[in-house]
Design a protein around this ligand. Structure first.
Ligand code: SF4
Length: 425
């Protein structure tokens, strides 16, 4: 989502006549887009700002993204060399804010959420000619106890289906064949216009746009994940057979503490829909270990759930207390060493699951959307519909990037597959 936001910023400024340069040293203006999902990410921001202070004399430094939204004008106290602080809902106003700076205003902020222009992306600068993102919903109305997003990205705002389909058709006409529909809770989507389309309907319609061959979506919230989404994937081969469904914990008690709005059984019901689908749907997830009060037994419930689901990939994090969140009041009693022990166990288990899952694919033919070439390995690399990385040989240095190639899987490692190309489409 942040990468796509940066594309919006670049496109907006290029449209205004600014030029993009290759390095911060060459720039008059530095825009630094940030993440505050974990404390570590936020610390990096301030380290980097210090670096800009030392190397960026005479330049205008702008802080964008979630750290900007979260800290607001306080940034100017902590980093007085910053001139502009703006959250993601204000990017369409950046040219206006730059005019203020150019007129001598030393400190400018853009922190409002009531800016529908956040979706208005006619100037987005998309560098990849084959794959891209489309934002369909911004913000979040949930209130997970550990999460800063409702504070940094504001309340949920869905974009009209008409505007999404217009943008999608333009992208298909320009040669894009793969899109990812983006939203913090992508499946909470509800068309604000009279049609009132839900997410499953929108997903299906985007998947039917001529020219698109792969449509993905991220990230889904389990409570709003309904069976028609799986039915749409079953019915429409252009929808990728991959669902990222963050579970966060395998313990219903911890899930309640996290205010995730579902139980372990309700989550597993959604997993059953996927496992019983006609297509072989890859399932990935996010996990937090060491949430306040998580007992050893509750941690083991997460491990048991991982074994039961057999995820295709996970993103596991140690709980990190964040400002403004309700979990702050619960303390952070689990020592960091214990969180580390738990995350190591989680990652080791997942590694074993992935080795097992990948070995089952040896001999299969998978369609790979080619992303580029590892010259050192003399291999092409790309992604399958299930979002697995597949590196392959068997093709000379033809311009394969962006094409779809059938590849027979010959080996499986923990994080990727290796194969031999059969023929070029
Ligand atoms: S659903 Fe929960 S974890 Fe996801 S963005 Fe909203 S508050 Fe954060």
């Amino acid at each position: 989502m942040n990468a796509h936001d940066s594309e919006k910023v670049v496109g907006t400024l290029l449209h205004e006549g600014y030029n993009q340069v290759a390095t911060p040293e060459q720039a008059n203006y530095i825009f630094y887009n940030t993440c505050s999902i974990r404390d570590k990410a936020e610390q990096k921001v301030f380290n980097k700002l210090q670096h800009f202070k030392n190397s960026g004399k005479g330049k205008v430094i702008a802080l964008l993204g979630c750290v900007a939204q979260q800290e607001g004008a306080k940034i100017f106290d902590r980093a007085p060399h910053v001139s502009l602080v703006a959250g993601s809902a204000s990017y369409a106003k950046l040219p206006e804010m730059l005019v203020q700076i150019e007129s001598g205003n030393r400190r400018v902020t853009g922190l409002d959420f009531d800016t529908p222009e956040a979706f208005d992306t006619p100037y987005t600068r998309r560098d990849n000619p084959f794959r891209t993102f489309i934002t369909i919903i911004e913000g979040c109305d949930k209130a997970c106890a550990y999460c800063v997003v409702p504070f940094t990205r504001g309340p949920e705002r869905s974009r009209t289906a008409e505007s999404i389909l217009d943008e999608a058709r333009r992208l298909a006409d320009s040669g894009i064949t793969e899109v990812t529909l983006l939203g913090q809770n992508v499946n909470s989507y509800r068309d604000p216009s009279a049609s009132k389309w839900d997410f499953a309907r929108l997903l299906d319609e985007v998947g039917r746009i001529p020219g698109f061959r792969r449509v993905r979506f991220t990230t889904s919230h389990p409570r709003d994940f309904v069976k028609p989404i799986i039915d749409a994937i079953d019915d429409n081969p252009n929808l990728c057979n991959h669902v990222h469904l963050p579970v966060q914990s395998g313990s219903s008690r911890v899930l309640e503490g996290m205010r995730r709005l579902y139980t372990r059984d309700q989550y597993m019901e959604r997993i059953d829909w996927m496992k019983n689908a006609n297509r072989d749907i890859a399932i990935t997830t996010d996990l937090i270990v060491g949430f306040p009060g998580e007992t050893e037994r509750e941690f083991e419930e997460t491990l048991e759930l991982m074994e039961e689901v057999e995820y295709d990939a996970i993103f596991a994090f140690k709980y990190s207390p964040r400002p403004n969140t309700s979990a702050l009041a619960m303390g952070d009693h689990i020592p960091d060493e214990e969180k580390t022990r738990r995350i190591v166990i989680v990652n080791e288990l997942q590694r074993a699951i992935q080795i097992r899952r990948h070995s089952e694919l040896i001999g299969n033919v998978e369609e790979v959307h080619v992303e580029g070439r590892h010259e050192s390995l003399q291999q092409w690399m790309g992604k399958t519909s299930q979002n697995r990385t597949l590196n392959f040989s068997g093709r000379d240095a033809e311009a394969l990037s962006g094409s779809y190639v059938p590849v027979r899987v010959t080996r499986g490692g923990p994080n990727s597959l290796v194969g031999e190309a059969l023929s070029v489409n």
